[in-house]
Ligand binder design. Structure first.
Ligand SMILES: Nc1ncnc2c1ncn2[C@@H]1O[C@H](COP(=O)(O)OP(=O)(O)OP(=O)(O)O)[C@@H](O)[C@H]1O
Length: 263
């Protein structure tokens, strides 16, 4: 993808299987939104092949579009609409939508059905965003930084909700713990290229961020914790007091990948 002469996506090779949740991570400006817009058919790519639910997004018709769901940053446009009314209005555009009341119940919004959107709390509004994104029973759901501004409880509830959906999901987030919790696979986009694509464990292995080994008398970073544990075991002639081995978190692997690509 090039904007004018400036190429912003140069190596996006991504295959997502049905039912999978994939998190697309990357620093600001890496090209995540552009990638998603191309997949949704909102942006015309400069070159390359894209197939989403069997269709080239540039040729996607209304029926194809109806199979996609999008949860964007909060709906702020309809503050005077009642939650239930807006949801049924949107539902009416789809061939086999969720029943609005059922969906509100599933999202814990039954008590808010007659509340005006402008009166909802941030977390409630976000649930409504999700309701609007999935009301058409999408086969593929795009979540763009879904929990920005959530309190920890709302975030946890949202994660449970998302994990309970049996739809294919492509998620962008800057919250690494969220990616780890929700995603089967993680794609890291750096400067328009997918630098790594795999499970969090595969990412950690590819990046080879060090583990932290600590014990009663010391602590160190190492790429081979089991070797070190063995050496300590020899040194102590038995169990190593207060031995702890901490594998790199997704955040550490990710940051180490970004640092390396900048260097
Ligand atoms: N309409 C546009 N015209 C020209 N350049 C654009 C346009 N939209 C995005 N860009 C540029 O393309 C690059 C990728 O932007 P994009 O919004 O896809 O990144 P992102 O990974 O989603 O970033 P963020 O995490 O900040 O949302 C950036 O350098 C941006 O400035």
């Amino acid at each position: 993808m090039a904007y004018g002469k400036r190429e912003v996506l140069t190596g996006v090779d991504l295959r997502i299987s049905a039912g999978e949740t994939v998190a697309l991570l990357g620093p600001n400006g890496a090209g995540k939104t552009t990638t998603i817009e191309i997949m949704q058919g909102f942006r015309r790519r400069s070159a390359g092949d894209v197939t989403v639910l069997g269709t080239d997004p540039e040729k996607g018709d209304e029926t194809w579009r109806g199979r996609l769901g999008t949860v964007l940053q909060s709906w702020r446009d309809h503050p005077r609409w009642e939650v239930g009314t807006l949801l049924s209005q949107i539902a009416a555009h789809y061939p086999s939508p969720w029943d609005s009341d059922e969906l509100l119940a599933a999202l814990g919004l039954t008590a808010q059905a007659k509340v005006k959107i402008g009166m909802l709390s941030g977390g409630q509004r976000r649930r409504l965003d999700v309701a609007l994104g999935i009301v058409g029973r999408p086969e593929l759901l795009f979540l763009d930084e879904p929990t920005t501004g959530f309190d920890p409880e709302a975030r946890r509830e949202f994660h449970e909700l998302i994990r309970g959906l049996d739809t294919t999901i492509l998620l962008t987030t800057h919250d690494l713990a969220e990616a780890e919790r929700l995603a089967d696979r993680i794609a890291v986009l750096i400067d328009g290229r997918i630098a790594v694509y795999g499970t969090p464990e595969e990412l950690a292995r590819a990046v080879q961020a060090p583990s932290v080994v600590s014990w009663q008398d010391g602590s160190t970073e190492t790429h081979d914790p089991s070797q070190l544990a063995w050496e300590l075991h020899q040194k102590y002639g038995g169990p190593v007091p207060a031995l702890e081995i901490r594998r790199p978190t997704l955040e550490e692997s990710y940051l180490s990948l970004i640092e390396r690509s900048v260097a």
